[in-house]
Ligand binder design. Sequence first.
Ligand SMILES: Nc1ncnc2c1ncn2[C@@H]1O[C@H](COP(=O)(O)OP(=O)(O)O)[C@@H](O)[C@H]1O
Ligand SMILES: N[C@@H](CCC(=O)OP(=O)(O)O)C(=O)O
Length: 377
Amino acid sequence: MSTPSQAEIRRRIAEAETVVVKVGSSSLTRPDGHLDAGRLNALVAALAETHRLGARVVLVSSGAIAAGFGPLGFDARPTDVATQQAAAAVGQGLLMAQYEAAFARFGVHAGQILITAEDTIRATQYRNVQRTLGRLLDLGVVPIVNENDSLASNEIRFGDNDRLSALVANLVRADALVLLTDVDGLYTAPPSEPGARRIGYVPNVVDALGEVKVGGTGSKVGTGGMVTKLEAARVAAVSGIPAVLTSASNAGPALMGDPVGTAFAPVKHRGSTRRLWIGFAADPRGTIIVDAGAARAVRGGRASLLAAGALEVRGAFSAGDPVWIDADDGTHLARGLAGYDSEEVEQMLGRNTAQLKRILGDEYTHPLVHRDNLVLV
Ligand SMILES: Nc1ncnc2c1ncn2[C@@H]1O[C@H](COP(=O)(O)OP(=O)(O)O)[C@@H](O)[C@H]1O
Ligand SMILES: N[C@@H](CCC(=O)OP(=O)(O)O)C(=O)O
């Protein structure tokens, strides 16, 4: 794929028929844990204008925890998971109430979608989210997506909405991703460092990852900092989706294709959305180590992983969880969704289909990882 110019990328963003916009906690709330109505309303005005011009708009909004701790009487973002989950339960309602009121001024409905990684990794749930988002967009609604913080279990959660937004962009087959934060773009180093310069255009985010010095969050309410935003830009880029990263106050110009913030070019054409989800949505819970024959078959890209080629299982996982498929020298070959629980895989290792049928029964004759649920790394 030849490298497009920055002007071309900005034009694609301006002309996007479907756009996913992600906004961070620090752009919606004050440090004291209350919503900043002025900034929220300004963001909604920019989104409503894009909607008026005919685009399908999905908003991925953080801020549930940040908007919930102030009203609950805490003076800082709680650090323990249970209190964060409680704060999110309060804050998410407050956040949606503000969004609904703000969008109503433009005659637009907002619809809440709360996602957990656990739900959406399974094929049926994934399609369910995809269908609901599609229908909302068909109805002219602006879906407002967040992680279901109050219910998400700590081991398997997105944790930051940057990565979630890139996956949602993929899910709705967006034409552009806009990441809004509290800094006006990607800098060569954390902006507090002397000499840090804003980068206007990143033609290849994979190359840029090695050249930029990134730090964690600069605010008391944000989570991932620039690391997770670059990861989101990378996921978008490998999904064929151009992205722009800028401050929330630049939302309008960014959506219009003005040269604000940092634009990222896609590095690939669009691929299968569900496979990408398997590849990025959740961290693997365990590993299946395979022999050389199975490694060759998996690398070939069209084979399922059969028990006969599996040597060892590590970690504890359930059927449907993401797992690594590793060669016996430890190199990662693929990620996939396990067809069986780890204890079951243990019993199945090295056995061919006839043996599995005879020893364990018919229900153990399926692949450990089906090829539709497997993505090479
Ligand atoms: N190279 C960099 N360029 C720009 N910002 C950076 C960089 N490294 C670290 N940062 C920090 O990342 C912060 C944005 O991340 P975060 O606070 O998680 O925002 P949000 O709440 O919007 O997700 C910025 O305020 C900035 O301090
Ligand atoms: N889902 C969490 C936000 C997690 C998150 O990514 O926050 P941020 O770094 O501000 O985008 C919430 O709504 O509080």
